[in-house]
Design a protein around this ligand. Sequence first.
Ligand code: ATP
Ligand code: MG
Length: 339
Amino acid sequence: MFRPRNLQLDSESEHTMEEDSLSVDVNTEGLRFRKIDLEIGKEGITNYSTGVSLALNPAEIETGQVIGHGSSGVVFAARHIPSDTLIALKSINIYERDRRKQLENDLKALDDFSCPYLVSYYGAFFSEGVVKVCMELMEVGSTRRIVNALAGRPEPVLPEEILYCIAKPILLGLNYLHREKHMVHRDIKPENLLINSKGQVKLSDFGICRELANSAALCNSFVGTFTYMSPERIFRSSYAYPGDIWSFGLVLMELLKGEYPYSKASTFLEMVETLQREPPPFLPSNGLYSPELVDFLSRCLQAVPEQRASCEELLNHPWMQRYKGVHIDFLGWLKGVLL
Ligand code: ATP
Ligand code: MG
């Protein structure tokens, strides 16, 4: 819907924000990420390394209601007037360092991600110190809504076949990131698993970007988001694909139990202590859950990253195979729960 056209942007910068992993020139016209050679101006994005530009005329976007709040800013429902397409518009305050990092990663998603299990990014533009990122509107919102709506229900809060309807597309999206893009998501959590009005589940926010310099920075910058992090990431050892599998396992666990498995750890230090002291969360073999699901989750929630299953292994796991060819009315279930 947004056709590329070449942009002429003012390249003279007013000031530069130098950072260890990222340098950004910012002026009143926009900002330029020097390392990835990409510029966001008032009329869109130009990627100088690929030669691709995505033009977006802000005047052609009508902003509607607020649909969500994140740490980087507000998400609005909006309409791209010429194509009469509803979109989501995420505003990111670029004067915060971590937000620029997140933005850099969001922008990578504009490159050539074509996967039906990832939320599509259409473009971005700069407006009064804020970058607005346009993306596919996921009308139902995030799986956090499901967790909230089912709070207080007895275990299992969610039928296994409904869990499957969420787990499968997320694994397919993750598999695409891992295998095709050689990329770690790094921020799998209920808020980043979005659902549209057709009942399709997709992954958004392709990560908090990169490793942080030290664990103090980790404590300070990501209070609230460390919760889904894997032990090896928390303990600062190498962090790769299995970290996403751990987070994925925790999200499934939360959906089933109606409670985040480490809800008692309210600070980063408590989380570290709990991970050191306790075995990973697991489902009880008490008949509430199928043995296949108990095994499936234990393949995700292994303390040692190398022992965790890959996306491919999980997609071929007997629990997944059980539902092959089975019709499940996920949308009907969703309406019943959320309306
Ligand atoms: P954090 O800022 O810590 O990453 P977050 O993922 O919740 O948390 P955002 O990505 O800014 O922050 O999103 C805020 C909320 O807006 C989400 O929780 C989700 O409910 C909603 N949201 C985000 N993107 C979309 C979208 N494309 N369509 C519909 N709703 C969305
Ligand atoms: Mg998000």
